[in-house]
Write a protein that binds this ligand. Sequence first.
Ligand code: SF4
Length: 369
Amino acid sequence: MAYSTVVKRHKTRVVSVGDHLVGGDHPISVQSMTTTNTFDVEETIAQIQKLEEAGCEIVRVTVPKKEDVEACRLIRSRIKIPLIADIHYDYRMALACLEATTDAGRPAVDKIRINPGNIGGEERFKEVIRKAKDKGIPMRVGVNSGSLEKDLIEKYGFPCPEALVESALRAIETAEGLGYRDIIVSLKASHVPTAVETYSLFASKCDYPTHVGITEAGSREYGTLKSAAGIGAILLRGIGDTIRVSLLGDPVPEIAAGFDILRACDRRVNRPEVVACPTCGRLDIDLERIVAEVEAKMAHLKNPLRISILGCLVNGFGEAKEADLGIAAGAGKGIIFKKGVPIRHVTEAEMVEALLEEVGRFDEDTPAL
Ligand code: SF4
């Protein structure tokens, strides 16, 4: 379905993370981060494999110690998706990750994430940049409101959008001074209005791709909603080339949440979207059951279809006409619409199977009723 409201994507340069392209017109990626001790190779690989199965496209692991660098070598050779080493405080871990290779001779990590606020000053940061440039490995400059450089806190008094953006631009300037531009930037804050303002300000100043997230979003339920509000607002400004929904606990649900946010914002639709009314006293069919069955039976589908299922004629006809496929239901029966054209009468008992049949033959011509 083509809507007249289209979000124009902020133009960014393309950065290769392993064989995965980020930025430009490439699909907005969904990332996550493991919660295991990275040095526990088997546990970490097991969690990454679950993330891969859920659709995760890039994964990050923490690298606080030498054993974690060695683990990256082993992990990288056994997973499919690009691996990012997350570095804080110790720039030597960044250098070691950049230097390390798997037994097959490929880089142990596909990207490193550096926090310019805690890497130990400009000289150490430069040393990491020189090594990353030498090895041809990209870097995420990951600014975070909780760990901003001291001089910026003194200058602005608070980690405000201007301070976060200045931190990122300063790191970029340092990197560009050394001829290094393989950079993706994140500017995370846990306060949603600050995050939205910060990403907007950054995007107005340069064309580096951004990784978007709301840091420390919280528990699974509230964190998902908070991330949807923040990441959604940023995506709807056309900003964002990769996203992560940061949730407390098991990271696997972060992936479905990330794809749902992309789908709800119409930024990347990789499976059907079901539009359903909330129901009210006018309802004459078991809409909850029908929607649940349709969603469950379409969970494996990859078609980017918009399917509306409404309980009565008040909005049913209008919504069904706007959707790729829609049902406007009445008392125990309904009409299926395809691209706004009524194609089939169905009883309540037939609705789910009939809708699935129409999804299956969506590309064929179907005569109007
Ligand atoms: Fe109620 Fe009909 Fe609206 Fe559904 S579409 S909420 S049944 S009025």
